[in-house]
Design a protein around this ligand. Structure first.
Ligand code: GLC
Length: 551
């Protein structure tokens, strides 16, 4: 068994983690300063979102130089110190590699714009269909058409994200060799993991109009993506068994993920897929307000769990990241049952088959931002859509309400360390507002309370290491149609684990063909006796329990 099955990855968004020098931005030295906190939690890896030189139009996902640290985050020496200190704490580093696109400020793109053919061929330039008409009708994921006109060439370049993020041309072997060089550079610095940003978009297929959609079917899981990933694997991280990799897969299919993350496919160790986080969208449309669909959430998670298991492929399991609202605000509640619901959601994810990821502050039960004015938002996507929604005819206040719920900035407010000013994140002016609830929700308070969300996460991380059934067991849904419960069994040889959760505030009851009293309770978010009675169970608001038996 490879070790990543028992591991837990903690995601750090350095800009919002901890500011060591008072400039209002988190930095690498800030991560080093908090390593003991992460060690206490018990995580094995930290995934750091990009800290390379970047104009920060998309908070570092627009890379200008893959070999240098952005001075806002520190120096190469700071990175080396972090890597060395993390190692002392038994924590490995996973870096975030953005290779679908670069920043338009990257030297390659700058030289392309000067007309150097070699570098024009690093990107995707095409003639328009007619004067003033872009090559295809594809939409950028951040709004608007995905092609930008360059008058000097009378051509357009493709940007699936912001106009400042031109897509790289992976069909050009020189690009692929450059990518390999970068990965090797960071491997030599001691990095033990890589997350590859939107990596299933790297191979573009036909450049044609999409009559029925936004174009994604032409470039998602494209024709050569598996070939390119295998090639990258063989030339770089595949040569070092201990390195783990995760691909961020945008709108992917399970069939493709069997290959991306298949045990013998030599592509990646695991994948992030996002279908379970679209259950509060309308189809693919995120910028609407609809309640989340609980049945759909369960169907998707169970399908992926079982499908990937049947094909010996491995999932990353998660609720939160820097692109998602906070899960306790989204599927739990912030009121009376804030703590219970945060713990319940943690249980659902951490006992699944796959490697669990925790996003900074999730282990404290941090909530959505609750900003009250558009000027408080920083995210390029949110600001674009605030405008686009109004252009489509929505009143400003209705557009704002949608941004409040779905904005990526919900997950980007600073980490809440203690009850001092700015939640202890910075002594300066934070780059984005700190959530007012830092006075009650913060790391210091939770570390002083053994019943806290923090310690609950710590227990879940430890359970995975102790019980092989969590890492390696099969997964079997229990009463998958139950309107309140999210329950499943994990099974490995004679070991059985029942994971039973009430996803709602309303109490619920259900029956199993099982004597539940014969199981040992490993973990629960309620103290004292519970509502088990032979084959029945009564669950209190957001009640969650993990039961175990060796037969
Ligand atoms: C990924 C990142 C996101 C970024 C986008 C473009 O989805 O997680 O933050 O904006 O890719 O790089």
């Amino acid at each position: 068994m490879t070790d990543f099955r028992k591991s837990c990855v903690y995601q750090i968004y350095p800009k919002s983690f901890y500011d060591s020098n008072g400039d209002g931005l988190g930095d690498l030295a800030g991560v080093t300063a908090k390593l003991l906190y992460l060690k206490e939690l018990g995580v094995d890896y930290i995934w750091m979102t990009p800290f390379f030189v970047s104009p920060q139009k998309d908070n570092g996902y627009d890379v200008e130089d893959y070999y240098q640290i952005d001075p806002r985050y520190g120096t190469m020496e700071d990175f080396e110190t972090l890597a060395a200190k993390a190692k002392e704490c038994g924590i490995k580093l996973m870096l975030d590699m953005v290779f679908n696109h670069t920043s338009s400020r990257h030297e390659w793109f700058q030289r392309a714009l000067k007309g150097e053919e070699k570098y024009k061929n690093f990107y995707i330039f095409r003639k328009g269909k007619a004067p003033g008409v872009p090559p295809t009708n594809w939409e950028s994921k951040f709004g608007g058409n995905a092609w930008e006109y360059v008058p000097e060439f009378d051509e357009y370049y493709l940007h699936l994200f912001d106009v400042s993020q031109p897509d790289l041309n992976w069909d050009n072997e020189e690009v692929r060799l450059e990518v390999q060089k970068i990965v090797r550079f960071w491997m030599e610095k001691g990095v033990r993991g890589f997350r590859f940003d939107v990596v299933n978009l790297i191979s573009k297929g036909e450049f044609a109009d999409d009559e029925t959609g936004d174009g994604r079917r032409f470039y998602t899981d494209g024709p050569n993506v598996h070939k390119y990933l295998r090639e990258l694997n063989e030339a770089t991280f595949g040569q070092d068994e201990g390195i783990i990799t995760v691909g961020e897969m945008s709108s992917t299919s399970m069939e493709n993920c069997f290959r991306y993350a298949g045990q013998d496919s030599h592509e990646l160790s695991m994948v992030f897929s996002f279908h379970h986080l679209k259950v509060d969208f309308m189809g693919n449309e995120k910028w609407v307000l609809v309640p989340f669909d609980f049945q759909k959430l369960k169907n998707i998670l169970f399908d992926w769990q079982q499908g990937m298991a049947e094909h010996n492929a491995w999932n990353a399991v998660f609720w939160c990241n820097h692109d998602q609202p906070r899960v306790v605000s989204r599927f739990g509640q912030e009121g009376k049952y804030w703590k219970e619901s945060a713990k319940m959601l943690a249980t659902v994810i951490h006992c699944l088959r796959g490697t669990p990821y925790i996003y900074q502050g999730e282990e404290l039960g941090m909530t959505n931002a609750h900003f009250t004015d558009i000027s408080q938002y920083r995210d390029v996507e949110s600001l674009n859509y605030y405008r686009i929604l109004q252009e489509k005819g929505l009143q400003a206040k209705d557009a704002f309400r949608i941004i409040q719920i779905h904005s990526r900035d919900n997950g980007r407010t600073p980490m809440q360390w203690d009850e001092s000013v700015n939640g202890g994140f910075t002594t300066g002016t934070p780059w984005i507002g700190v959530n007012d609830n830092y006075r009650t929700i913060n790391a210091e308070a939770e570390m002083a309370d053994e019943d806290s969300v923090f310690y609950y996460y710590k227990k879940l991380i430890a359970l995975r290491k102790e019980y092989d059934v969590i890492a390696d067991g099969d997964i079997l849904p229990i009463s998958p149609k139950d309107p309140s419960a999210f329950a499943y069994e994990r099974r490995l040889g004679n070991q059985r684990l029942l994971v039973i959760n009430n996803f709602y505030e309303r109490e619920c009851e259900f029956c199993l063909e099982e004597n539940l009293d014969s199981f040992e309770k490993l973990l629960s978010n309620y103290k004292g006796p519970d509502g088990r009675s032979m084959g029945r169970i009564h669950l209190r608001p957001y009640e969650s329990m993990v039961l175990y038996k060796k037969e």
